[in-house]
Design a protein around this ligand. Structure first.
Ligand code: CA
Length: 248
């Protein structure tokens, strides 16, 4: 597997790189968040330090998750419960606090890879189902719903072949729902992921952004409300389910 190691501490990066190489992984190490974004598409899994010089690691994690579904483990000195909860909510598959035991981290990497294999292996077909188009290793997939196409990597949305301009946050909400198009996402999860903190993020702001997505695409069913829970992508459904939806 090819690992992306995001770590600004040279000694830590060297120790991790050696341990990963011994287990047969190839490693790209970067020490800045912006370089991590550049090399994301080739990564089959990601180890992410949160204390980075150019961007907070949690903010980087949120940005990574709008374009990449690769298995990701946060490896950080931040050990407060709130940090861990935020890291997991922002999309980390596991969270390891420094100092850690190398063998344990390697075992956790194997566990996370096994657990996430279905969603990152295109042959497994679990992600996005029949509507999902191709993608790079662990990269974001173009998702189609009716005549709407969402390309998370290129950050474009087209309706009937014509590009629609969304604001950055509107796009982030839509792309987040598109990462796992078959799943509903809770309001709290979306707020945590896109706004950074469900307790600070305005809940109404989410509704406003969803309204913006529906209005600008002219496809009110593109984002469906899951009452009392959150939202999901409104994938075009077979007629039987359309009838069911009409009855809601
Ligand atoms: Ca650091």
């Amino acid at each position: 597997m090819h690992a992306l190691l995001v770590e600004d501490d040279d000694r830590m990066a060297q120790a991790l790189g050696t341990a990963l190489a011994q287990r047969g992984h190839t490693v790209r190490r970067v020490d800045r968040a912006l370089d991590a974004l550049l090399h994301l598409r080739e990564a089959q899994f990601v180890l992410l330090d949160l204390g980075l010089p150019d961007l907070d690691g949690l903010e980087l994690l949120r940005r990574l998750r709008t374009v990449c579904d690769a298995p990701l483990i946060v490896v950080t000195a931040r050990c407060e419960e709130r940090d861990i909860v935020q890291g997991l909510r922002a999309g980390a598959d596991d969270y390891v606090v420094k100092p850690f035991r190398m063998a344990e981290l390697m075992a956790r990497i194997d566990t996370v890879r096994r657990r996430t294999a279905r969603r990152t292996d295109p042959a497994g077909g679990a992600v996005g189902g029949p509507d999902a188009a191709g993608s790079g290793p662990g990269g974001a997939r173009t998702v189609c719903s009716g005549d709407v196409e969402v390309d998370p990597a290129g950050r474009t949305v087209t309706v009937a072949g014509r590009e629609v301009a969304l604001t950055r946050r509107e796009f982030d909400v839509l792309a987040f729902l598109a990462v796992r198009p078959d799943e509903a996402r809770s309001r709290e999860e979306i707020l945590d992921r896109i706004w950074g903190d469900a307790f600070l993020g305005s809940s109404r702001s989410l509704d406003v952004h969803v309204a913006g997505i529906r209005a600008k695409t002219g496809r009110p069913d593109l984002v469906r409300t899951v009452r009392g829970f959150g939202y999901r992508l409104g994938l075009a459904r077979p007629p039987a389910e359309d009838a069911e939806r009409g009855a809601r």
